[in-house]
Design a protein around this ligand. Structure first.
Ligand SMILES: Cc1ncc(COP(=O)(O)O)c(C=O)c1O
Length: 403
């Protein structure tokens, strides 16, 4: 089949998202007409869209509290502050992640201890344990990068044994689970994104979840609640705020009602969307696994991931061949991203380019994994048949490169 498609070009856009549900558009219009966009501008007796969203999202993941913020990156920053990170503190984190994660660590004035990425594209838990023991870092900001969830039972054990506070970056795992438990609920805090390319689209937006009442109270104050914390539905006893209201600064990182109005109807569709993503992922995975020089890592049994993107390794190719493969895929309309590029490009950057930190060590295992790692979005504007066409083009390109 692949060889019958030598000139086929894929025409659809990889960055085209679905339009928003009618209910979201209608509510957004109502808000525009009322002008009540700021979350604390609710009419007497009315609950704001943001307050309702926080309660619904906390219920969805099974956490006690949720605080809505302006982005996941700002949630990560607030999470670090709430966990107690001070200037100069050490924070374990993935060497393989995207720029808002080291950005949040730098914003908090902390120093990262970067942990290797494994061949399965998950963080290397052996290296985590080694580096945690060596550095004595008291915090771990863990990215479930591109939706790959490491063994969370072992992660929690390591953190418990070494007294490490775990913060999960779930920008790519909203709706995903490890076993029967939602990603984002394994540590002290979980942070989610509702930026356009994530599993719910409100342009920008972040959701922080926790079971800890002191973290929740601080996160509400940091988010920019002024003294309106009593207007939150998902909140601890107001007495807890007495301890913090004079010492936690207002960072003005709130979410607006407009964003919340877009998110709430999408949250109700998330379960259905996860099934649609995974159907597409499984088609691509099965086809890509058949292609020589392509390795798609096996996913752990307990990993109930959301296949909104697919990653694969190019095996047995030289660096120039890998680059030629990616270039030819792009020429044929298949937007395969490549982590092998040394220069930051688009949304991707390698840890060596985060030069705002004093020093970043060389991580040879991660370098090798990234040199041959490809990444492709699977937007829901692609049909299952489109996924078959994508696989055929990739197969064709690979054959032309390795002929
Ligand atoms: C792994 C990862 N973490 C965090 C973020 C931050 O999300 P946001 O854009 O909502 O700040 C992103 C954004 O792309 C991301 O990819």
């Amino acid at each position: 089949m692949a060889n019958n498609l030598p000139d086929l070009i894929f025409e659809k856009e990889f960055t085209k998202q679905e339009s928003l549900p009618t209910e979201a558009i209608e509510r957004a219009n109502e808000l525009l007409q009322s002008g009540r966009l700021h979350r604390y501008n609710n009419a007497p007796g009315e609950e704001s869209d943001v307050a309702l969203l926080e309660r619904e999202f906390a219920d969805y993941v099974g956490s006690k509290y949720c605080v809505a913020l302006s982005s996941c990156g700002s949630s990560l920053y607030v999470a670090l502050k709430c966990a107690g990170v001070q200037h100069g503190d050490l924070v374990l984190s993935n060497a393989f992640t995207l720029a808002p994660v080291p950005g949040a660590i730098e914003h908090a004035g902390a120093q990262p201890i970067l942990v290797e990425c494994g061949e399965d594209f998950c963080i290397d838990l052996g290296d985590l344990e080694r580096q945690a023991v060596l550095s004595k870092a008291p915090y771990f900001l863990m990215s479930h990068m591109r939706g790959h969830i490491a063994d969370m039972d072992r992660t929690v054990d390591i953190c418990k044994q070494l007294g490490i506070k775990l913060i999960e970056d779930c920008a790519h795992t909203m709706g995903a689970k490890w076993g029967s438990r939602f990603s984002g609920t394994f540590g002290l805090i979980g942070c989610f994104s509702t930026q356009t390319y994530k599993h719910i689209n409100s342009g920008e937006g972040g959701l922080l979840v926790t079971d800890d009442e002191r973290v929740a109270a601080q996160a509400i104050l940091y988010s920019g609640s002024y003294m309106f914390f009593d207007r939150h539905i998902s909140k601890p006893d107001v007495k807890i705020f007495e301890e913090f209201k004079y010492i936690v600064p207002n960072l003005s990182l709130r979410m607006s009602n407009f964003q919340a109005a877009l998110i709430r109807p999408q949250l109700r569709l998330l379960h259905q969307r996860v099934a649609q993503w995974n159907e597409r992922y499984r088609v691509l995975e099965a086809r890509l696994k058949q292609i020589p020089h392509i390795r798609v890592p096996e996913r752990a049994q307990k990993e109930n991931f959301v296949g909104s993107s697919i990653q694969f390794a190019l095996e047995g190719l030289s660096g120039p061949e890998a680059e030629a493969f990616v270039g030819e895929c792009h020429r044929r309309g298949v937007a395969v991203m490549w982590f092998g590029r040394q220069e930051p490009q688009g949304y991707t950057s390698r840890y060596q380019t985060w030069r705002y930190f004093n020093s970043v060590p060389r991580l040879e295992q991660t370098d090798h994994v990234l040199d041959f790692m490809c990444d492709m979005r699977i937007p829901l504007t692609f049909s299952v048949e489109d996924c078959g066409v994508l696989a055929s083009i990739i197969e064709n390109v690979m054959r032309s490169i390795t002929r």
